[in-house]
Design a protein around this ligand. Sequence first.
Ligand code: NAD
Length: 399
Amino acid sequence: MTEEQVKKATDHFANLVREQLERVERMKHEPDWTDFSSLDKIIIGACSGDGIGPAITEAAIIVLNFLLDSEIKSGKVEIRRIDGLTIENRVKVMKAIPDDVLAELKECHTILKGPTTTPWKGNKYGWPNIESANVSMRRELDLFANVRPVRVPEKNIDWMFYRENTEGAYVLGSKGVDVSDDLAVDFKVITNQGSERIIRAAFEYASKNNINKVTVVTKANVVKRTDGKFLAMAEQVAKEYPQVEWDDWYIDIMTAKLIDPARQSSFRVITAPNLYGDIITDEAAQIQGGLGTAGAANIGKRYSMFEAVHGSALKMVDEGREKYADPTSMIKAAAMLLNHIGYTDESAKLDRALDICSQYEKKMVVTGRDTGVTGEEMAKYIIETIKSPDLEQKWKGYQ
Ligand code: NAD
């Protein structure tokens, strides 16, 4: 050990602490929620991403174009393509999000985003280890709430996850320090402001939708400072919602209980710091029918971004199977986007059609291979289902 190594590491840490204290100050002065009903024009930015991203994003755009046809024609809504968020561009400028792309994103009111590849150490494509575009976008646009619905009617599962998106174990994920060849240290950050807004969002959702249960997931018994702060904040916020019951679970046992038939349907709204939320939402998506079926909302007060839960599935592209990728995750994301910007009827219709097409009727099935239909065919099947005059009746018939 050399004093030089210790000094370098502590200087690095000191800079991170300064950055985080500044972030806390920014959070204290964050702007109010966007009021979509007061906008002359709503701009939806559409980024295709990498791997299977372009194929499944295109399928979602076909559906959005159909549902928003008159709004687009009247100029009330614009779907604006943003092409530069590709791994090739990001590697070229060695940035998680190139500056010009970030500027374009900030001109939109909401974003539909295909999965983006995050290079990993030693990847076979030779990409350098740059930061995740997702992590960066969530931070740059302050998209603090990652909201993911999971429904499995036959198991009586109706979950809504509120995963914290801007802090925890990921926000400084690429800012760890190699103190020496033998010692690496990463950092995890939790603040009062960051915890309060996500926990409050979860309780607000429960309260507005007459749901009587919020579950808070941490590992506060072991990770005492940061997880302890999150749990303490939950206790404080919960007092303002006496009509909503709440409980807390540790992440390890929670992963087990989500697959326990005796317990799983008792969970309703679930909130967790970043890493734990990432793990349990992937697990939940699998229970729903696989990663290809899950959409996610990333919501902040000013901006919002809607995406699939899964990644760019490079393996599928390497094997030439991208056109068979399941687009329902992106189409689900589009339904959540419509709801967020105020097109609640269109969103509800799309949700009904998604339920019918991928859970009940299943006239067409996407298998990820040529044994099933293509993503584009699936999108057209969903549109035909939306068009059917007895959509609601049909859906009710399956309940
Ligand atoms: P992945 O989620 O991309 O895919 C894993 C496997 O799941 C695929 O090989 C495929 O078999 C299946 N799959 C995923 N989506 C599917 C779909 N729509 N239809 C059919 N099958 C589907 O995980 P990965 O391969 O480990 O990650 C690839 C890249 O994506 C990595 O660089 C990762 O960092 C990135 N990623 C991005 C996001 C995001 O942009 N939100 C999320 C997770 C991972």
